[in-house]
Design a protein around this ligand. Structure first.
Ligand code: ATP
Ligand code: MG
Length: 221
């Protein structure tokens, strides 16, 4: 039987329990063998955003967050590609390298409702399914109209998956840090320590960390 892999793309700035629960629910519901977290390098629709930490830091936090789940892995495929991070390009590359793997892409419904999707119909052709997980504040019922609006021929591959509502976003977490509010239990403990020890998100100048920055990962206290 061919391997079945779920792909969870995002900026993960930072990764939080909403991402982890979404991925774990999708893994279980669709019997996926593993989940690959793919941090974006430059998301096309977020090029002018301030406060995006550099890719290496976000990738490191993803690795810290997923370390306890043997089915979870992180991939640098988009970070190592110099161009904009189009999911379609990622799938073309993955399909070339792993022609026999069945890929499912996982997003929150917000992403499908709001973000522009480059070559979505072509992307769907490369996927086994596109899993849209529910997210508080976004009406999954609107997906039906959205599919029509986008004129998708492969729209049937989009499956809505109801998950426990997690009203957490990376934006809210960054705001809470700036305002001195607790983020405990919103991110895994080790991610929380990593953020504080390295003073991430203290200011809006998120990209100040360079690739050579040395991180204080281990708790030596
Ligand atoms: P930001 O506020 O910076 O946009 P985010 O929390 O939306 O951050 P992203 O990195 O943009 O996180 O999201 C990656 C993927 O995870 C997207 O498909 C998004 O819809 C999904 N996602 C993020 N948070 C949740 C959540 N709480 N519940 C369900 N899906 C989520
Ligand atoms: Mg988002």
């Amino acid at each position: 039987m061919s391997e079945s892999v779920g792909l969870m793309g995002g900026t993960f700035n930072p990764i939080h329990i909403g991402h982890l629960i979404a991925a774990e629910e999708a893994r279980q519901e669709f019997c996926l063998d593993r989940i690959l977290f793919i941090p974006n390098r430059i998301p096309p629709h977020r090029q002018n955003e301030t406060g995006l930490l550099n890719g290496d830091t976000r990738y490191l936090m993803v690795n810290i967050a997923i370390s306890s789940n043997p089915a979870f892995r992180a991939s640098r495929i988009e970070l190592d590609r110099p161009s904009l991070s189009y999911t379609y390009d990622t799938l073309v590359e993955l399909k070339k390298t792993y022609p026999n793997v069945e890929f499912s892409f996982i997003t929150g419904v917000d992403s499908l409702l709001q973000s522009p999707w480059h070559k979505l119909d072509d992307l769907l052709k490369l996927l086994k399914r596109f899993i849209a997980v529910t997210r508080p504040g976004f009406d999954e019922g609107r997906l039906v109209g959205r599919k029509v609006e986008l004129g998708l021929s492969e729209g049937d591959k989009i499956k809505v998956l109801k998950i426990p509502g997690i009203d957490i976003s990376s934006t809210k977490i960054r705001e809470r840090i700036r305002n001195g509010k607790s983020i405990k239990y919103m991110v895994p403990d080790a991610v929380e320590s990593f953020i504080y020890k390295n003073h991430l998100y203290d200011s809006d100048n998120g990209s100040r960390m360079t690739e050579n920055t040395e991180f204080l990962i281990l708790d030596s206290s």
